[in-house]
Design a protein around this ligand. Structure first.
Ligand code: O7E
Length: 218
């Protein structure tokens, strides 16, 4: 289900109506979709359900970047699971007890560090330790590491054989394929697709660019 093929995950940071429209149009063209606060704050779990219902081939990640105590994090992931998510995103800096609790409910991608410049300040310093601490947890299927800093993707890849999903392509400046060449399995792309005149063409261009980039050795 979470196997890389086109290697593209589309971030649907748009209204629920638009998210459903784009998901319906691109289902099967891309490996997966990601919905988060834009959709959930507009319609609650029903927003997630609406997107999940239109997907027949691609998977759905729900990204609430959960970062609470284990019990609360688990109940958030339970709601997300009931709404139809195939995997959830949990912050790594909160510690392996939180990650473990969430990963008992649903496959989890752990945020190892982030794509924005400020992540160098604190998050980058914890990146290696987060991956080492989470890698033996059943249910952790992968990590989020930034396409904007491929050296961080390489760092994560050296420690783990699990999946790596990398945001930061397009609007944040990374070129398609940069993260895959550094060892990522998926690249997460939002605005470069959702704000394109023709999202289908934009997605096809990106998948073409990624297909031509050789994945790093494992
Ligand atoms: O810049 P865009 O429009 O391509 O959108 C990027 C998406 O990736 C957006 O949904 C944002 O929340 C997410 N993201 C980052 O941009 N940086 C990160 O470090 C982590 C994420 C993310 O998705 O984390 C969980 C997968």
């Amino acid at each position: 289900m979470l196997e890389p093929d086109t290697r593209l995950i589309v971030a649907l940071d748009v209204s629920p109506d638009r998210a459903v429209e784009i998901a319906e149009t691109l289902d099967g063209y891309v490996d997966g979709f990601k919905v988060g606060y834009e959709v959930v704050l507009a319609e609650g779990a029903a927003g997630i359900e609406r997107v999940a219902e239109v997907l027949e081939e691609s998977f759905l990640l729900v990204d609430l970047k959960t970062a609470d105590i284990p019990e609360i994090s688990r109940s958030i992931v339970e709601r997300v699971s009931e709404a139809g998510a195939n995997a959830a995103i949990v912050h790594g800096f909160v510690g392996p007890d939180v990650v473990e609790e969430c990963a008992e409910v649903l496959p989890v991608f752990v945020v190892a560090t982030m794509s924005h410049p400020g992540a160098r300040e604190f998050y980058d310093r914890a990146c290696r330790d987060i991956v080492k601490a989470c890698d033996d947890i059943d249910g952790v299927v992968g990590y989020v590491a930034p396409a904007t800093r491929p050296e961080r993707v390489r760092e994560v890849r050296k420690i783990t054989d699990k999946l790596i999903a990398s945001p930061g392509v397009g609007a944040q400046g990374a070129a398609p394929g940069d993260a895959v060449r550094a060892g990522a399995d998926f690249e997460i792309v939002g605005r470069a697709i959702t704000e394109a005149h023709d999202p289908v063409e934009a997605a096809k261009d990106l998948t073409r660019a990624m297909r031509t980039s050789r994945p790093a050795e494992r």
